[in-house]
Design a protein around this ligand. Sequence first.
Ligand SMILES: [Cu+2]
Length: 481
Amino acid sequence: MPQRTDDLRAARRRFLGGAALAGTAVAASAVSRVALAAVPEAVSQDTAATAAPLQPGTGRPYNPVVTLNGWTLPWRMNGGVKEFHLVAEPVVREMAPGMKAHLWGYNGQSPGPTIEVVGGDRVRIYVTNRLPEHTSIHWHGQRLPNGMDGVSGLTQPAIQPGKTFVYEFVARRPGTFMYHPHADEMTQMAMGMHGMWITHPRDPKRTPGYQSVQRDFCFLLNAFDIEPGSATPKIMTMTEFNLWAWNSRVFPGIDSLNVRRGDRVRIRVGNLTMTNHPIHLHGHEFVVAGTDGGWTPPGSRWPEVTTDIAVGQMRAVEFVADEEGDWAFHCHKSHHTMNAMGHDVPTMIGVDHRGIAAKMGQLIPDYMVMGERGMADMAEMPMPLPDNTLPMMTGKGPFGSVEMGGMFSVLKVRRDQPHGDHRDPGWFAHPPGTRAHEVGAPLPEPVRQGAAGGSVMPPGQPPQPTELRARKPGAGGHAGH
Ligand SMILES: [Cu+2]
């Protein structure tokens, strides 16, 4: 049937062209009846850049999210149903410039694309398995028919390699969700298989707890154990991960969050690592406006600058970005703002290494002394690294190295950032007199506490003899003899 094949090809070209060129979903009218009967084309992404928000061209309107170092999956409307096609497959993910990981993901990247729908949408998701083993997808947090919950063995047979399954349900509850396999979870999640799902409110004004924002960001917390010099995660690792990532990116590979001063900002974070992450924002207070269960009643919120996100949880924090500048935004576990390196390095602060390096150098030409003044030298050290390995702390800021890796980014607040523009405005120019700087004046002698006592341990007290008084059981309260 040459005619039918040509129709299909043309429809596919239109579908792909619309998605790739205009960055918008394709109108259902552009796709022929024949093509609609087929499984929709799977759109793939080949870059880890933050895609511009995908403005909905079809279906109910909504304000799209920005997925940090990610993208939103285009869909097609088919008889009033929103149709998506996810492909589970091995991917190569650049975690930061200079380091690529061999992961498993969806549609070319890890994490998979964000899925954005509107409350009340009927959603049909085709899932094709191009992995070497079976899989399934669980729609974490959703209200849906039990048989669509995606737990292989429990609610459905697993999707075997080469097979395509279809899930269909109505997105009932607005909020922030995730998706991930519920088949060989340990392997597939450790390899980077997960994604975000946003259900926008159908009627924002009548959704309790929901407030419209100018900027709506989302990302997942994930973690990998990839040995320096290699590219594939060790899937048996339970606690000793060495790459703490946001959307399978590590600083300085994580894009900044760029907003206009005065914008109301929402940041949605989902945690699919094996530990909790206290996420901390500088310069502003936020409230937790959304959790796994939906939008929180405004009366239950309190201001925070750090919120802990437990394993399997989602949090949506909101604030008004009313302070200009480059504000650090990071996990507050200090080891989570570092990249891969041996974690068995002894603490050497205060150890005098003079002479050691020269002696060792006669035996081991590349020997270098690490950490006797702290570990900050590591950021500057011209140390030979194995191929495909990031330095432990690598970021470059306008005033020198930013001694971090891992779960770290920057909230950039600018008065002249155009509305709706997500491009990086560059580094902040501090107004004169508003930046910490070196003092040139001579230092006075430090004032010491003069007298012994108070909080100072009195020196030179001779040890006092200790008298031991034993009490015999049942001795009627008499002291020992
Ligand atoms: Cu953390």
